[in-house]
Design a binder for this molecule. Structure first.
Ligand code: COA
Length: 138
């Protein structure tokens, strides 16, 4: 296993392959293409030439960031690749912090995945200070 982390957008097809592999389904490739072009920072993980993981940061670069689409395909899960993705994304967050040390980094954990993110210092809401994270019904 030769794992490489590369800052680039995946092809829309590859992105669909990843989301489908973890049960999130697929989207129209043109929509994906646009979403990826509008992404601040995209991180692909390869074993050789094969895309096996992905994560990205969206946001305004200075006040609010949002970590999205953390995916490791099932056969590679449990091998610390997810840890590698978050570690690399958090290095990028540190870079953005040079402009504003108080930048806020959000994410929405999938059900049952909260523990994975807590290891990196993310806290769940609601808590004493913050209300619940909310999402518009689609
Ligand atoms: C969640 C996910 C990204 C984790 O990646 P991974 O490479 O399997 O995780 P790692 O091997 O780096 O695990 C790191 C730690 O998190 C823990 N962990 C991994 N998956 C977990 C889960 N589903 N729930 C709780 N803890 C989890 C591991 O036990 C490990 O703990 P340790 O450091 O004490 O040994 C991966 O399982 C995945 O892609 N799942 C499907 C898509 C998904 O749900 N993504 C998250 C969206 S919010």
């Amino acid at each position: 296993m030769k794992i490489k982390y590369i800052n680039r957008n995946p092809e829309a097809k590859e992105y669909n392959r990843l989301t489908d592999s973890v049960g999130w389904g697929i989207r129209d490739e043109k929509i994906i293409q646009q979403a990826l072009e509008n992404t601040l920072y995209s991180l692909c993980v390869y074993d050789g030439d094969r895309l096996i993981g992905y994560g990205r940061i969206i946001g305004d670069k200075t006040i609010f960031l949002y970590i999205q689409d953390i995916i490791v395909i099932p056969e590679y899960q449990g091998k610390k690749i997810g840890t590698g993705i978050i570690t690399e994304l958090l290095k990028k967050v540190e870079e953005y912090k040079k402009v504003n040390p108080n930048i806020r980094t959000y994410l929405g954990a999938s059900k049952g995945k909260e523990n994975f993110y807590e290891k990196f210092g993310f806290i769940s809401r609601p808590n004493e200070e913050l209300g619940a994270g909310m999402i518009l019904k689609s």
